[in-house]
Every structure is written in structure tokens, then in C-alpha cells.
Design a protein. Sequence first.
Length: 207
Amino acid sequence: MTIWFASGNAHKRGELAAILDGHRIRIPADEGLAFDPEENGATFLENALIKARALYRLVADKYPADTGMRGPVIADDSGLCVDALDGRPGIYSARYGSEGGKKLNAAERNALLLKELGDAPDRKARFVCAMVLLFSGDRFFAAQETLEGEIIRHAKDARGSGGFGYDPILWLPEPGCTVAELSGEEKNRRSHRGKAGRQIAKILADN
């Protein structure tokens, strides 16, 4: 089955493809489709639905039903929620620190978060992923999962090169490493996106 994934993120696409083994994952860039919806929802789920519905309409407008190019759409929205920061950066994780106009890269966002958190004793944080499987404009299923951990105390403690974003600064007490140090297989097993993806995979199998 061909499944459209409402993303341009190659890392996310690779993770989803590994979870949905046997399905062909197609993203807008594969067909040269311009896709940049405004993610103005108040929650991860709202933003995931915005992206899923936008891509569903785009594909429906572009391809007639008899072309075989249509298919269900998967979209996700995810981010890092830090308890001591009242859940921030949350849905603004990718835009964290960019209020002045200049978009920060991952290392700069990580440094900013560690600075803002400072010596706060409560380091509990989690990655959250809301994932939507959309079959039509009004028919969808959703799963939301988390990966629980703790923010490291110092930038020098950031470790690992296997992840992206905030992965090097989220410490997992068990198995005793950062998210960026997990192997691809282990990350898919433990991660917020992996757990949500497996729930979506079960729904796909029943539909």
C-alpha cells in the first residue's frame, strides 16, 4: 500500500518506513509537491491533523482517483516537553528560540534550553508524538505516545550522534544513555514516534 507522509523530514521518514515495513512511504517532495501548511494548532494532535488534512486535499486535487496515486495520509507532530519549563518548548520545539526571526539550529536550541533550565532540580522531560492516520476528510485515527527521560545538567554531558534535534540532551535512566546513543532498532522500539507508529500500524492492518 502507498501511504502519504505529511513531512519533509528524512529522519522521520526513515523511522516511519522501518515501523511500517511493507508499505511504500511517499512524501510530497517525491512528486515535487509544495507542502508547507501553517501549523497553528494549540496541541500536538491539532497540528498533526492540520498537516494530514492539508496533504490529503493536495493529493486529491492533484491526482484523479483512477491514477492509483491516492492513499491514506499519516502525519505527526512531536516535541520536547520539560516539566520545569511548564511543558515548553512543546509544540514550538522546532521553532524554540526563534522569536527574533533567526531560526536556531539544533545545537543552538539545545544550548538555549540548558541555559533556561539552569540548575533546576526537576529535570523530568519527555518527547511527545501525536500521529494521525487519515483515510478521508472526516475519518481518521490518532495515537499519542511519550518517551520519558531527564534533561542532562551540562552541555558537556550531551552524547550521541545517532539522533537529531534534542536527542543528545534527553537522558534515559534505563538503558542509561541519551536518545542519540540508541541504535536505530532500539530507538524505534522505545521512542514516542515508534510507539505511536506501531499503534497506527495495527489500525492499518485492520483497515
